[in-house]
Design a protein around this ligand. Structure first.
Ligand code: E4P
Length: 217
């Protein structure tokens, strides 16, 4: 499973990229707001940090304006992936943009039927939102499993990108189901390395090593 980081914070992106953990980045209007930076400037900087796809979301809701915005965003860098909402205009834009050979991430997906439409529109990535479904009392992981089944039934090339991830368990369940990508907030990505028995075991090894009085280098 590929890891994208879900942020527009360039210091977090640089730190995780240096660890070799990143396959891409996703942003959205809320994350751009949180960064406090100009979308063009911050997105260009992100594209220079990571080699993989960097999702930049259009702000328009109508097809013609989506296409104009997509053209502007596409000029930022070769690794830009245009993010469009899961609406009829978004799907039309998806078809046109991918038809030009550009990447599209269809976002705000909350049903398997929506994911089916996005795949038929040629989406590069579909982004089902796990955490926001959990917030309603339903199980977001069920949607990931349903989309996996639908895409496998018809050999769709669209990559299943698990989004709105809130916990390390969301990451594990996405991997078990077979999501192609998980876009993960930096704090959750860092939590993945943590296990109390790792810390406890390391402390014990270090204590015993000190007692040997040896040095390796
Ligand atoms: C990613 O592409 C999505 O925009 C993001 O994962 C949404 O996450 P949230 O529900 O935590 O805002």
């Amino acid at each position: 499973m590929k890891f994208f980081v879900d942020t527009a914070d360039t210091s977090e992106i640089s730190e995780l990229n240096a660890l070799g953990l990143l396959d891409g980045v996703t942003t959205n209007p809320s994350l751009i707001l949180k960064s406090g930076r100009d979308i063009m400037e911050v997105t260009k900087e992100i594209c220079g940090i990571v080699d993989g796809p960097v999702s930049a979301e259009v702000a328009a809701t109508e097809y013609e304006q989506m296409m104009r915005e997509a053209d502007v965003l596409s000029k930022i860098a070769d690794n830009i992936c245009i993010k469009v909402p899961l609406t009829f205009d978004g799907l039309k834009a998806c078809k046109a943009i991918t038809g030009d050979g550009r990447m599209v991430n269809v976002t705000l997906c909350f049903s398997a039927n929506q994911a089916l439409l996005a795949a038929k529109a040629g989406a590069t990535f579909i982004s089902p939102f796990i955490g926001r479904i959990d917030d309603t009392g339903d199980d977001g992981m069920e949607l990931i499993a349903e989309i996996r089944t639908v895409y496998d039934n018809y050999d769709f090339a669209t990559e299943l990108l698990a989004a709105s991830i809130r916990t390390v368990n969301h990451v594990k369940q996405s991997a078990l189901i077979g999501a192609d990508v998980a876009t993960v907030p930096p704090a959750i990505l860092k939590q993945l390395v943590k296990h109390p028995l790792t810390d406890k075991g390391l402390d014990a090894f270090l204590a015993d090593w000190a007692k040997t009085g040896q040095k390796i280098a």
